[in-house]
Ligand binder design. Structure first.
Ligand code: FAD
Length: 596
């Protein structure tokens, strides 16, 4: 632990490497950094409460433990699954380094499920195939349906072993950048301590953002309440770009009406989607791999069934996940948590009954642009010296316009490790960038203003309306009209947000204040998503435009880059958002029609 001082009521700390976020990506980075440099992890949640712990189904790696497989097939699937918007060199790194990523975890003590001869067992998952789409392949390493829980616990134990300094329940609210010789460099992070309401400035030679996703812009979501996109929002407000924000993944099997996730691992083990009349409808949409098609295709097919009147239930608004033929033993041993979720939350027993399911907002493909070394990119792919991002908040882009299941737990390990290694190498060769005297002023003023607000708008009400409009207008199917409706409503909500009431004026555990802060990030990101979605007049991966149903490689085989130009708090129009394009990096895979 390095020195820590207090001046004018603000706490100052100095660490070589400062990591924001203690999910899988942040802790995997910390394990690389801590043995070589002083390392702090700032996290708004106690580390083992991070969303990585909710991940169920598995982590992809072509170990070929149970059947033929190799990294090239995995790359092909990732590129095709991402509807060719994937940067192919990045996907090659992901799949090549996957094997070590799993073995690293095994060596750290992760209790994977085993085959009878003691190897790490593997199961099927959507979009993962043998020999370029011929049939589903067993590629997902898993620990029952608690893979993320095991990863998070294992990483946390190893962080403790390596002496990582955790600052738990500290909310990062700003990134400090200082101009040195005409170049903006990272100087540190400003954070708010939940327990005391005090402000801390963490000076760091390098800073890694690993703050996770922002599923809470939607109402029906598998994401935890805390996934409000703070890190992505902070980067945005700093004037740095965001990439591919229109691509949001809707996971096919959320519990109907609730959004709570039932892992694709269930279909990996053989579960089948059926419509109201019991038909296995995926045979019509993806004749080769059926229920194990990528998520964008399955989610769209489910919604189509409902739109065509083949939905089940009193309102014909969901379909069924049928696990009844799997048998009690498979469900209890390989899928125990989701079996329990269905019983607890819907009162349905998957052993004997079909479970009502419907798509749920799940994963942000877009986010903070980085290169393959996890360095954050500014305009024209210029590296921001000392700044890194990894995990769901980052866009490398290994997932393109649609992530394959089990590739995120892989991504956080591969690129978390790369971020940690590169950040520590950078820190060893760099000096601390001086902190400006007013480093904390922005945050102090902002929170003071929120506390002093005499407005009457309710955080919960604005959040509810935001989530409802996003579900209604920017979900699985989108059109110009629905997106325009979302844009107008989000803009209106941003205006109302200026008059938001914070009733708790106190310092200790002021979650009222922080929910207001988080709502601000949600509103910013929802607006960027909708503006990017309006601009992409084609359908690709998770972005389905009913008015432009075809993929258009001539005009849109490019990443969207969004820039804040002007005031982040402007709510009048979207002219504070500037859009640009960036080429997709290709290696050997030519885009073809995506058939499964
Ligand atoms: C229910 C569910 C099941 C899933 N199942 C799978 C699966 O089987 N396989 C797979 O590959 N993927 C799965 N995913 C996706 C995958 O789990 C996530 O994308 C991944 O775990 C994200 O990891 P992360 O480290 O980027 O972020 P997270 O694990 O979400 O961690 C984010 C961290 O950032 C911190 N943070 C956020 N904001 C701030 C702030 N302002 N200040 C300080 N700290 C902050 C939080 O405290 C937290 O520690 C699943 C996701 C969900 C929701």
């Amino acid at each position: 632990m390095t020195e820590s001082t207090v001046s004018d009521g603000i706490h100052y700390h100095q660490f070589d490497v400062v990591i924001v976020g203690a999910g899988g990506a942040g802790m995997r980075a910390a394990i690389e950094a801590a043995p070589h440099a002083s390392t702090a992890v700032i996290t708004k949640l106690y580390p083992t409460r991070s969303h990585t712990g909710a991940a169920q189904g598995g982590m992809a790696a072509a170990l070929a433990n149970v059947e033929d497989d190799n990294a090239e097939w995995h790359t092909y699937d990732t590129v095709k699954g991402g509807d060719y918007l994937v940067d192919q060199d990045a996907a090659e790194i992901l799949t090549r380094e996957a094997i070590d990523a799993v073995l690293d975890l095994e060596n750290m003590g992760l209790p994977f499920n085993r085959t009878p001869d003691g190897k790490i067992d593997q199961r099927r998952f959507g979009g993962h195939t043998r020999d370029h789409g011929k049939a589903p392949v067993r590629r997902a390493c898993y620990a029952a349906d608690r893979t993320g829980h095991m990863i998070l616990q294992t990483l946390y134990q190893n962080c403790v072993k390596h002496g990582v300094n955790f600052f738990n329940e500290f909310y990062a609210l700003d990134l400090v950048m200082t101009e040195v010789d005409g170049v903006k460099r990272v100087a540190g992070v400003v954070a708010y301590e939940l327990a005391t309401g005090e402000i801390h400035v963490f000076q760091g030679k390098s800073v890694i953002f690993a703050t996770g996703g922002f599923g809470k812009i939607f109402k029906t979501t598998s994401n935890a309440h805390t996934l409000t996109g703070d890190g992505v929002g902070i980067i945005w407000r700093k004037g740095l770009p965001l990439e591919d924000m229109e691509f949001y993944q809707f996971h096919p099997t959320g519990l109907a009406g609730l959004g709570i996730l039932l892992t694709e691992g269930a279909r990996g083990e053989g579960a089948i989607l059926r419509n109201a009349s019991g038909e296995r409808f995926m045979e019509r949409y993806a004749p080769t791999i059926k229920d194990l098609a990528p998520r964008d295709i399955v989610a769209r097919s489910m919604v189509q069934e409902v739109l065509d009147g083949r939905g089940a239930g009193p309102h014909k608004d969901y379909v069924y996940l049928d696990c009844t033929h799997l048998g009690a033993e498979v469900l209890e041993t390989k899928l125990p948590d989701i079996t329990e979720f269905a019983r607890t939350y819907l009162g349905v027993d998957p052993v004997v009954e079909r479970v009502p399911v419907y798509p749920t907002a799940h994963y942000a493909m877009g986010g903070i642009p980085t290169n393959n070394d996890a360095e954050v990119l500014s305009d024209n792919d210029t590296v921001v010296p000392g700044l890194y991002a990894a995990g769901e908040c980052a866009c490398v882009s290994v997932h393109g316009s649609n992530r394959l299941g089990t590739n995120s737990l892989l991504d956080i390990n591969v690129f978390g490790k790369r971020a940690g290694n590169n950040a520590v190498t950078y820190a060893k060769g760099a000096d601390f960038v001086p902190l400006p005297d007013d480093a904390a002023d922005g945050v102090v003023g902002w929170l003071k203003q929120l506390r002093a607000s005499t407005g009457t708008e309710s955080v919960a009400q604005i959040r509810k309306e935001l989530q409802e409009t996003m579900d209604r207008n920017a979900q699985v199917f989108r059109t110009e009209d629905t997106l325009n409706a979302a844009a107008a409503e989000v803009r209106d909500l941003r205006t109302r947000y200026l008059g938001v009431a914070v009733r708790d004026k106190g310092k200790r555990f002021n979650t009222d204040l922080l929910e207001a802060v988080e709502l601000g990030f949600l509103l910013d990101l929802a607006e960027v998503l909708v503006v990017c979605a309006l601009n992409r007049k084609e359908s690709r991966g998770g972005h389905m435009r009913d008015d432009f149903p075809k993929r258009d490689d001539v005009n849109y085989m490019q990443h969207t880059m969004a820039y804040l130009s002007g005031d982040a708090h402007s709510s009048e129009s979207d002219d504070h958002i500037r859009l640009d394009w960036k080429p997709v990096r290709k290696t050997i895979y030519e885009p073809t029609e995506r058939k499964y």
